[in-house]
Design a protein around this ligand. Structure first.
Ligand code: PLP
Length: 406
């Protein structure tokens, strides 16, 4: 019965990691997958996470009963507070709710499923969904799989000036059909590492409000852009203050280092408390037929951390440790390329923020890096700055130099 099943293409970033694992070259470097590494090139279990895991193991009141369909209440509320701020008027007005989801991906999926069913009419598969050009490789597919038929991209990256194509972005906001859905990266845009300024965000919000566009924030790197959770939530909080009804998908994979625990949250900012109640009732229906109810371990770790002022402070320190190491690697990589006299300007490496840098290397140069130098990076030229260490940075800089000059 499965004879006709066609072979699906491998997922690029996972294939890259597999190729890296199979490579026997001693100096190989993995700059592909978006995960934090220490200066020893190792995964990092955040010290605060280790501490909370011990608390959980020793707490005899905890068990493995099902969680509620929408997830752990203390996780959902504290996660939304991190995004919207403790003093958010929308939270005080009881019009903010949340769904615990399986990672940021699950939160995007839940949001997409809900929007397709209920946004601006029932089963509205024709509403255009706009994602940035370029964007995280999964955005298109998540919305398409939820049933949206018209996925488009809005201008974002100006390759020539290696920066935001703000005029193009605004132009697309002006010319798209009213009520289109826009997926916006809350901070540390993946893959370009380039965010709008506050002034630009204000113009984006004004245009979206005037044109009745729907904003769906994707917040996968809160804390990674600036090292400060509040600063990185500026855009989300600004949109809430402008009275948008909106969704925000949050991932705790990166900022808690809980990649395989699948901890995500979908924050919903509704018109009023009654509207929120009805939205959450429908979210329950969608979750029930998708994963029925979510896993607890990761959500408990996050909830315990966020609800203790001491652990919360420790977590913020841990996030800053990661963000600071990325900044150091940015500065060192730029300095090394400049010292080597590598043609081109490399200021964008320190101007870009977050986990990734969009190097500007073209597909041929990327191929050279992978095939000849065993430095693994995405075909787009995106590198994960966390894959750089003080031990491999010379080798990587020399590889970039060779790729550019050969
Ligand atoms: N959104 C963006 C922009 C991402 O880069 C990622 C992960 O790489 C996600 C969402 C998904 O996060 P998660 O691993 O929590 O599903």
């Amino acid at each position: 019965v499965f004879r006709e099943v066609p072979q699906a293409a491998p997922v690029a970033v996972f294939k890259l990691s597999q190729d890296f694992s199979n490579d026997q070259f001693p100096k190989k470097v993995n700059l592909g997958v978006g995960a934090y590494r220490t200066d020893e090139g190792q995964p990092w279990v955040l010290p605060v996470v280790k501490k909370v895991e011990k608390i959980i193991v020793h707490d005899d009141r905890l068990n493995h009963e099902y969680l509620p369909i929408l997830g752990l209440p203390e996780f959902r509320s504290s996660a939304s507070k991190i995004a919207l701020g403790d003093d958010s008027p929308a939270i005080q007005e009881n019009r903010v709710g949340a769904v615990q989801c399986l990672g940021g991906t699950g939160a995007l999926k839940m949001g997409a499923e809900f929007l397709r069913r209920f946004y601006n009419g029932n089963n509205n598969t024709k509403t255009p969904v706009y994602v940035s050009a370029p964007t995280w490789e999964n955005h298109n597919a998540v919305f398409a799989n939820a049933g949206f038929e018209d996925i488009r991209s809005y201008k974002y990256w100006d390759a020539e000036k290696r920066g935001l194509d703000f005029a193009g972005f605004l132009g697309d906001l002006e010319s798209c059909p009213e009520h289109s859905i826009f997926v916006l990266h809350a901070c540390a845009h993946n893959p370009t590492g380039t965010d709008p300024t506050h002034e630009q965000w204000k113009q984006i919000a004004d245009t979206m409000m005037r044109r009745n566009l729907f904003v769906f924030f994707d917040s996968a790197y809160q804390g990674f852009a600036s090292g400060s959770l509040d600063k990185d939530a500026w855009a989300v909080r600004y949109f809430v203050s402008m009275d948008f009804e909106m969704l925000c998908a949050q991932s705790f994979s990166k900022n808690f280092g809980l990649y395989n625990e699948r901890v995500g949250n979908l924050t919903i900012v509704a018109r009023d408390a009654d509207n929120l109640k009805r939205i959450l009732s429908q979210m329950e229906m969608i979750v029930r037929t998708t994963w029925s109810n979510p896993p607890s371990q990761g959500a408990r770790i996050v909830a315990i951390t966020l609800n203790s002022s001491e652990l919360f402070t420790e977590w913020k320190d841990n996030v800053k440790t990661m963000a600071d190491r990325v900044l150091l690697m940015r500065a060192q990589l730029k300095a090394k390329l400049q010292a080597l006299g590598t043609p081109g300007t490399w200021d964008h490496i320190t101007e870009q923020i977050g986990m990734f840098s969009f190097t500007g290397l073209n597909p041929k140069q990327v191929e050279y890096m992978v095939k000849e130098r065993h430095v693994y990076l995405m075909a787009s030229g995106r590198i994960n700055m966390c894959g750089l260490t003080t031990k491999n940075i010379d080798y990587v800089a020399e590889s970039i130099h060779e790729a550019v000059t050969k």
